[in-house]
Design a protein around this ligand. Structure first.
Ligand code: ISL
Ligand code: CA
Length: 568
C-alpha cells in the first residue's frame, strides 16, 4: 500500500531488554515472539528491532561483525524467520536496524584491512598517516576530528603504522563509502534481508557516510582538542549515496525507511524525505532532543539545562510547518539513546500517569509517524544506579574524559547528569509484572531492573482501563480513524507560554485543538473561537471538562477537542 507508513505507529524493541525466553538474563528473539500478542493488542503496525546481528557488543549491537547472522544469545536465523512470520500473521511489519557507517573491528573486512597496507580490504576503511610525532614520539592524529564517544576519532594501528577513522568507539571503524565495492556489498546484504521478508529499515546515522575527504581540521574553540562537527553530516556525496541506496534496494520493495540524521535542520530534512528526492520516507531529527543541553558546553549533553518550553514548541512548530506537504517526519520522545520522557519532561512522581498521558497526546496528535519506545506505553521511568552498574560505553568513556581527565565535572555532578540523561535509563529490562526481575527473566538480567517495577509494570496497566497503556492504544486507534491527524496542518497556540503546549490542526472543515500542561501548576487559558461546537476527544482527568473560552488547566492536564466536518 502506498505510503502505509504515514498512518502507521512504530514500536521500537531493544531486544536485549525486552523479554528473555530462555532465562540467561539476556532478552532474545523468541522472547519477542512470545510478546507479539501484547503488541498486537496495543495496536502498533510496525516493529523496529535494534541491531540483532552478530556482534561483540562493544556498543550493544551497533558494532556488527557479521551482517548475515544473528548474535547467538538473541537466537538464530530460523528464530528471525519465525519472528517475521509470526509478526506478519498478526499484521505487524518488521524493520531492521541498518548500521553501515561502520562495522565492528571484529568484522572480517576490518580484520583483513588492518593486516597490511596492500591488503585487498585495506580500502574498505579509512586509513591515514600520522600528522607527525609528539615529544614522546607518540603519533599525532591526522586531524582534530572528535569521536561521539569521547577523544579523537582516529585510532593508531601499530601493525601498519597508520590511523583509522572511527566516529564512534575505536571498536567501530568507519567504512569507506568512497569505495564502490563497499557500497555494492552493503546493498547486496540489504537485498538479502529484504528477500527474507524484512519490511524496512531504520538507518543508523544515515547522514554520516560521506566524509569530507580533504580531512582538514574543523574550526575549534579555545581549549577544545577534538571537535565533533556538524560537518560530519554535510559530506559532499551523502545525497548521492542515499539515492543510490534507494535505487538499489528500497525502490524494489514496498518498504518503510527512517534515517537517523543528527545535525539536520528542517529545511535539509526536505532534501532527505521529499518523495521526488527518492531517498528516505522520513528521518529522526535531534533538534527537540538537544533542547535541555547547555549550548556549547565542553561537557556536551551532560551539561543539562532546564527545559525551556517556548523553545521546544518553536522547534516542533518549525518542523511541522516546514515539512508540511513537502516531506515527512518521525515523531518521538524516546529511544534507546534517550532518557525516559516521563522523568525528563514530565513528573515521574505524583503525576507520573497524568504527565505520561499528556506527553503522549501532545506528540501523537501532530503530523508524522509516531515511534513508541518499549516501556513508554506503561510510563517506565529513569533509574539511578552507581557508575559500576551501568553498561553503556558512552557513559564510561565520558566519565573517563570529563571527570578523570578534563576534570570539568565532579563525580557527583556527572552521576547526577547520568541519572538524568544516560542512555541506560532506556535500556533497563522491560517491566512485565511484579514478580522477580519484573518478569523479564528468572536469571539475573544483563542490566539491573529498575526498582520501581512493582509499581510500574505491563500487567498492572492492562488491568486498569485508565492506564497509560490503554491511552496509547486509543491514540494509535485514533490515528487510523481520523484523517486530520495524518493530514491536517499545524498551528501553534500561545507560543510564549511557559507551561502550556497547545496547537490546532486543520483539515478542510475539521478542527482539532490539543492543550497540554507541562507543569504542576493550575493555569487559566483563553481560547478563541466558537467552542461549543467542539466535542471532547481525549482528556486525562476524570472530572467533567466544560468547554468554554476560558478554561482552567490542571497540573499536567491534557485534552483534545474536535470539531467534525458535519458540524461546520
Ligand atoms: O546524538 C548524536 C548527535 O547529536 C550522536 O550521539 C549520534 O548521532 C547518535 O548517538 C548516533 O546513534 C546511533 O549510532 C550509534 C549508537 O551507539 C546508537 O545507539 C545509535 O542510535 C553508533 O552506531
Ligand atoms: Ca535469553
Amino acid at each position: 500500500m502506498a505510503d502505509f507508513w504515514k498512518k502507521s505507529v512504530v514500536y521500537q524493541i531493544y531486544p536485549k531488554s525486552f523479554k528473555d525466553s530462555n532465562n540467561d538474563g539476556i532478552g532474545d528473539l523468541r522472547g519477542i515472539i512470545e510478546k507479539l500478542d501484547y503488541l498486537q493488542e496495543l495496536g502498533v503496525d510496525i516493529i523496529w528491532l535494534n541491531p540483532v546481528y552478530a556482534s561483540p557488543q562493544a556498543d550493544n549491537g551497533y558494532d556488527i561483525s557479521d551482517y548475515f547472522s544473528i548474535y547467538p544469545p538473541f537466537g538464530t536465523l530460523d528464530d528471525m524467520k519465525q519472528l517475521l512470520q509470526e509478526s506478519h500473521r498478526r499484521g505487524i511489519k518488521v524493520m531492521m536496524d541498518l548500521v553501515v557507517n561502520h562495522t565492528s573491528d571484529e568484522h572480517i573486512w576490518f580484520k583483513e584491512s588492518r593486516k597490511s597496507r596492500d591488503n585487498p580490504y585495506r580500502d574498505f576503511y579509512i586509513w591515514r598517516d600520522a600528522r607527525g610525532y609528539d615529544d614522546n614520539r607518540k603519533p599525532i592524529p591526522p586531524n582534530n576530528w572528535g569521536s561521539f564517544f569521547s577523544g579523537s576519532a582516529w585510532e593508531w594501528d601499530e601493525n601498519t603504522e597508520q590511523f583509522y577513522l572511527h566516529l564512534f568507539s575505536k571498536n567501530q571503524p568507519d567504512l569507506n563509502w568512497e569505495n564502490d565495492l563497499v557500497r555494492r556489498k552493503i546493498y547486496d546484504m540489504m537485498n538479502w534481508w529484504m528477500q527474507m521478508g524484512v519490511d524496512g529499515w531504520r538507518i543508523d546515522t544515515c547522514n554520516l557516510y560521506s566524509k569530507q575527504t580533504a580531512f582538514l581540521d574543523f574550526p575549534s574553540r579555545d581549549g577544545e582538542k577534538y571537535v565533533i562537527s556538524p560537518m560530519y553530516a554535510r559530506g559532499p556525496r551523502i545525497h548521492e549515496f542515499l539515492r543510490e541506496m534507494n535505487r538499489e534496494v528500497f525502490s524494489r520493495y514496498d518498504c518503510v525507511t527512517v534515517g537517523e540524521a543528527p545535525f539536520t535542520t528542517a529545511e535539509e530534512a526536505i532534501i532527505y524525505t521529499a518523495p521526488g528526492e527518492r531517498k528516505l520516507n522520513m528521518i529522526f531529527t535531534f533538534e527537540h532532543m538537544e533542547i535541555d543541553s547547555a549550548p556549547g558546553s565542553m561537557n556536551g549533553k551532560w551539561d543539562i539545562a532546564k527545559l525551556n518550553l517556548p523553545r521546544l514548541k518553536k522547534v516542533f512548530e518549525k518542523w511541522q510547518k516546514t515539512l508540511y506537504k513537502k516531506g515527512w517526519n518521525s515523531l518521538y520522545w524516546n529511544n534507546h539513546d534517550q532518557p525516559r520522557i516521563v522523568s525528563r519532561w514530565g513528573d515521574d512522581g505524583q503525576y507520573r500517569v497524568k504527565s505520561a498521558k499528556m506527553l503522549a497526546c501532545i506528540l501523537h496528535l501532530m503530523q508524522g509517524t509516531p515511534f513508541i519506545y518499549q516501556g513508554e506505553e506503561i510510563g517506565m521511568t529513569n533509574c539511578r544506579y552507581n557508575l559500576e552498574d551501568y553498561n553503556d560505553i558512552e557513559i564510561h568513556n565520558a566519565y573517563r574524559e570529563i571527570v578523570q581527565e578534563q576534570k570539568t565535572m565532579t563525580h557527583d555532578e556527572f552521576m547526577e547528569a547520568v541519572h538524568k540523561k544516560g542512555r541506560d535509563n532506556a535500556r533497563t529490562p522491560f517491566q512485565w509484572d511484579d514478580s522477580e526481575n519484573a518478569g523479564f527473566s528468572s536469571a539475573r538480567p544483563w542490566l539491573k531492573v529498575n526498582p520501581r517495577y512493582k509499581e510500574i509494570n505491563a500487567e498492572k496497566d492492562r488491568k486498569s482501563p485508565d492506564s497509560i497503556y490503554y491511552w496509547y492504544q486509543k491514540l494509535i486507534r485514533l490515528r487510523k480513524e481520523m484523517e486530520i491527524i495524518t493530514e491536517g496542518d499545524f498551528n501553534l497556540l500561545f507560543p510564549d507560554d511557559e507551561d502550556i503546549f497547545a496547537y490546532m490542526r486543520t483539515f478542510e472543515d475539521e478542527r482539532l485543538i490539543v492543550v497540554g500542561n507541562f507543569s504542576g501548576k493550575t493555569r487559566e487559558i483563553e481560547l478563541d473561537g466558537q467552542l461549543d461546537v467542539y466535542e471532547i476527544l481525549l482528556k486525562n482527568y476524570d472530572e467533567r471538562l466544560s468547554i468554554s473560552n476560558r478554561i482552567t488547566v490542571k497540573p499536567w492536564e491534557v485534552f483534545a477537542l474536535y470539531r467534525g466536518a458535519k458540524i461546520a
